[in-house]
Design a protein around this ligand. Structure first.
Ligand code: PMP
Length: 286
């Protein structure tokens, strides 16, 4: 069982770095009332944030998509001080960034002149070199909305789906929309058949994961053929391999989808090759 997460010691909130217990926001914050905000998570490995620019660029794009104006460069410049005060100058860690629209009297439409609420914190986390133990997953209908490309803080659909996975002793829930597998509650999903890698195209039904993008780059580098196609649910039993990707999930082989055992319950050869190439990338610093 993974260790339950603990609170960070320090929180960056609207320009200040505070003890976590002193970091307070208004009950009228639209992030609290509506889930009206964007978040991002980056992993620091060997002293560098892995694919930092890709994460920050997705943060900018998502803020633009929901019309929140926030200077991500200014926010980025505060990260070293936050890490230092959190006692994480040299540690491997995860950084959570959240920007909400800010505080306003409750109504759906928002005023244009409010300051966004900006919050960040980091906590020590060493990710395994390679995830050796394949995971079991379940499939559920995707009951979320149709803008899954926005990395928003309103994650109730994802929370419910992940809880469904936990209730079935599984790591993840794969979402199915109109018979097609899209992504999972907090990761993207890939399949392998006859040495061809399949994953859903980056449209409004998935979050275009940074790890997903890295894996697609690795496939190209390794000469592995890729098809950007969502897999029909009925094809699950015919798959040679399947794996999940995400910032903290990294590349995680799937051993079972509902009742179907995949790749004999072991990490398949293409998954392994990608895991090793991913490890090389982490070791050389991306
Ligand atoms: N899909 C969803 C729904 C997610 O929440 C995440 C991030 N946890 C991902 C995919 C993977 O994205 P990334 O590789 O950027 O962490």
């Amino acid at each position: 069982m993974p260790k339950p997460p603990s609170y960070p010691s320090k929180v960056f909130l609207n320009g200040e770095i505070l003890n976590a217990a002193d970091a307070k926001i208004s009950v009228f914050d639209r992030g609290f009332i509506f889930g009206d905000g964007i978040y991002e998570v980056m992993a620091r490995i060997g002293g560098q944030f892995f694919y930092r620019e890709a994460h920050l660029s997705r943060l900018r794009t998502c803020l633009d998509k929901i019309d929140i104006s926030c200077n991500v460069d200014t926010l980025e410049s505060e990260i070293p001080r936050l890490l230092e005060l959190s006692g994480l100058e040299t540690a491997d860690c995860l950084l959570y960034i959240q920007v909400t629209r800010g505080v306003a009297p409750r109504q759906h439409s928002y005023p244009r002149d409010i300051q966004p609420t900006v919050m960040m914190y980091a906590w020590a986390k060493t990710l395994p070199d390679i995830n050796e133990t394949p995971a079991s997953v379940v499939v559920q209908k995707d009951y979320r909305w149709s803008r899954c490309d926005i990395k928003m803080t309103s994650l109730l659909g994802n929370v419910m789906a992940n809880e469904f996975a936990m209730a079935h002793d599984c790591y993840e829930t794969l979402f199915e929309r109109d018979g097609i597998l899209t992504e999972a509650s907090h990761s993207n999903v890939f399949f392998v058949k006859n040495r061809i890698v399949y994953t859903h195209p980056a449209n409004c039904y998935i979050l275009d994961g940074i790890t997903r993008q890295v894996v697609l780059e690795l496939c190209e580098k390794l000469g592995i053929e890729v098809r950007l196609e969502g897999l029909p649910v009925q094809d699950i039993p015919n798959m040679d391999e399947a794996f999940l990707t995400g910032t903290s999930t990294q590349i995680l082989a799937i051993r079972k989808i509902d009742d179907h055992v995949i790749s004999g319950g072991r990490v398949g050869p293409i998954t392994r090759k990608l895991q090793e190439a991913f490890l090389d990338l982490k070791n050389t610093g991306a």
